[in-house]
Design a protein around this ligand. Structure first.
Ligand SMILES: Cc1ncc(COP(=O)(O)O)c(C=O)c1O
Length: 393
């Protein structure tokens, strides 16, 4: 019998495919090589935005004895986020609605701890981000996966409804969506809100919606964004600065409660934020990142560069017979190997040419693959002939 707890074992099993890809694959052998075109994880492939280092440096020198004391959600950045989020989403967040976290990872884990008991169920869609499931297992929760609707990977509302049971406490919606780049439209969110209101009545408990929006600011072609928090009162928002800054190693994000939530529930959750976050392992951002937050708020990676890479890759892949979905947001491109091409053989043929993409199996969609557009222009340029060669008969 393993000395590892069942929940740690289940989390490890759910993370196995991505873990093997990262630690024990041809990608793991080559990932630091200078010559590769790395389209795998959402990591930077170029120097960081200069403003990030400047903001951190500005706040790194202690100004008083408490500078590096324990930090919870500090009132200054919490109030700042409440103000900016209110303006961005058109809702009136109070500072108490905001829990500052070490990125969206911690915000998601916090959401699970707040509203999900052991054995309760969490519904989310596939293909999707590969960490909802391990985080759910680590919280002793039961994941219930439903498929997105091909060919455009729309939310399948009927499937979500059918997956809801008396044990359902949370439904996750990720918009803009990793890996497909789709942004969920307001009419679909309104239908989802109706569905969850009806389902909550059916099971006599509020079902919470976790709107995972770390790519909220990364949108193409001037597209709009509606947060589910504006349409469904029992919504929690998870956010990360790691995507818009492309600095996921500097952990900073938050969990926000929808101000539309009925007051007794909103107050109960506000009061539970600090103890839950402390008990989860003090998952607040470090002091310096909290001080730097207002200086980081308006920085963003270059969306024009992402758009340029998206368009060049969509053109080349389309011409070579791949099927690609034009992303509306995120920094990902979601594609399918050409008809008749063997996914593993084609992935290896790309790898032989030093081009690395993320296989769709890892995201719950064999036959598909994900390209991360944070690759440099030079990487894209080098990779273009390889994409065509890899599928040439
Ligand atoms: C959909 C989604 N949610 C949450 C996260 C976690 O973001 P962070 O590492 O910035 O906390 C990611 C990161 O890849 C993601 O793709």
């Amino acid at each position: 019998m393993s000395v590892v707890s069942r929940r740690a074992g289940a989390a490890a099993a759910a993370f196995d495919a991505v873990g093997r890809f990262y630690f024990a694959s041809r990608y793991s052998e080559r990932r630091f090589a200078e010559t590769i075109s790395d389209f795998t994880f959402g990591n930077p492939q170029e120097m960081p935005l200069p403003g990030i280092g400047e903001a951190i440096r500005r706040h790194a020198l202690p100004q008083n004895k408490n500078w590096f004391a324990y930090k919870t959600s500090e009132t200054g950045p919490q109030t700042f986020v409440a103000g900016r989020l209110s303006a961005e989403l058109g809702l009136r967040f109070a500072p108490e609605d905001i829990a500052l976290t070490a990125g969206a990872f911690a915000a998601i884990a916090l959401a699970f701890r707040l509203v999900v008991d052991a054995g309760d169920e969490i519904v989310f869609s596939e293909p999707g981000w590969f960490c909802y499931e391990p985080i759910a297992f680590a919280a002793d929760a039961v994941p219930r996966k439903v498929a997105l609707r091909a060919p455009a990977f729309d939310l399948d509302l009927a499937a979500i409804d059918a997956a809801i049971t008396p044990r359902t406490r949370l439904v996750i919606v990720n918009t803009p969506h990793n890996p497909t780049g789709r942004i969920v439209q307001p009419d679909v969110l309104a239908d989802l809100a109706d569905l969850l209101t009806r389902a909550s009545r059916r099971i006599s408990r509020p079902i919470f919606l976790l709107s995972d929006e770390p790519y909220r600011r990364l949108r193409f072609d001037g597209r709009g964004f509606t947060s589910p928090a504006t349409l469904y009162p029992h919504t929690l928002i998870s956010y990360s600065y790691g995507k818009v800054l492309l600095a996921p190693g500097q952990r900073l994000g938050y969990l926000a409660l929808s101000p539309l939530m009925p007051m007794p529930d909103r107050k109960a959750l506000q009061d539970a934020l600090f103890p839950a976050q402390m008990a989860l392992g003090w998952t607040f951002p470090n002091a310096v990142m909290q001080y730097a937050l207002p200086d980081l708020e308006d920085l963003s990676i270059d969306i024009a560069a992402l758009t340029r890479r998206r368009d060049v890759l969509v053109g080349t892949l389309g011409a070579a017979g791949y099927e690609v979905l034009l992303p509306e947001g995120t920094f990902y491109l979601w594609g399918r190997w050409p008809a008749g091409a063997d996914p593993e053989r084609t992935w290896n043929a790309l790898t032989d040419r030093d081009v690395f993409v993320m296989p769709g199996e890892i995201l719950g969609a064999p036959g598909w693959f994900r390209i991360c557009l944070t690759a440099s222009d030079a990487m894209v340029e080098r990779a273009l002939p390889a994409f065509a060669e890899a599928v040439r008969p």
